[in-house]
Design a protein. Structure first.
Ligand code: FAD
Length: 136
């Protein structure tokens, strides 16, 4: 069964661009092996991530992500069965939140800054889809 999961979290400590890149590179490699697709957004503090794949795989990987000490305040925003992938072209797309800017944060989140903890799952998904247009 194909499943989509969305969560928000925040970095435990300030992350350098190199440490964020390490997370993205590892995630891309691991996800490609598991046929997991998705998108990760980061803005110096907050993360917003969507994962799509087989239910068992999404569940297992989310368990490992949730145990990762590099972030905290994990909020599971949504997990649901889906008919098709929305992020089929990326093993794990990545974008800095400021690629969109204030106008889109207001459109999706009702705030002029990136604050995924205050977003609904639908708004988070909308933002992730908009940001996915900015990544290769
Ligand atoms: P191990 O590799 O055994 O690591 C154990 C713990 O060590 C980790 O939980 C972490 O706290 C720490 N650790 C591991 N590597 C580093 C490092 N380079 N620097 C500092 N501490 C480290 N994994 C995926 O497979 N797919 C994803 O989509 C994905 N997305 C992620 C998104 C975020 C925001 C974060 C923070 C991590 C993500 N990860 C993802 C990584 C995931 O959390 C696990 O680290 C990874 O799956 C390996 O799991 P493991 O149990 O083998 O941990």
């Amino acid at each position: 069964m194909l499943t989509r999961l969305i969560y928000a979290s925040e970095a435990t400590d300030p992350l350098t661009p190199d440490s964020v890149q390490t997370i993205v590179t590892q995630a891309r490699q691991a996800n490609a092996r598991r046929h997991l697709t998705g998108m990760l957004v980061f803005d110096h503090r907050a993360f917003l991530q969507v994962l799509e794949g087989r239910r068992e795989v999404v569940s297992e990987v989310y368990g490992r992500i949730a145990a990762d000490k590099r972030h905290r305040r994990l909020v599971l925003m949504d997990v649901l069965p889906v008919d098709e992938r929305l992020f089929a072209n990326w093993d794990m797309g990545f974008a800095a939140a400021d690629a969109l800017g204030r106008e889109q944060f207001l459109r999706f989140g009702g705030s002029d800054s990136f604050d995924p903890h205050s977003m609904t799952a639908a708004a988070g998904l909308g933002l992730l889809r908009a940001l996915s247009q900015h990544v290769k």
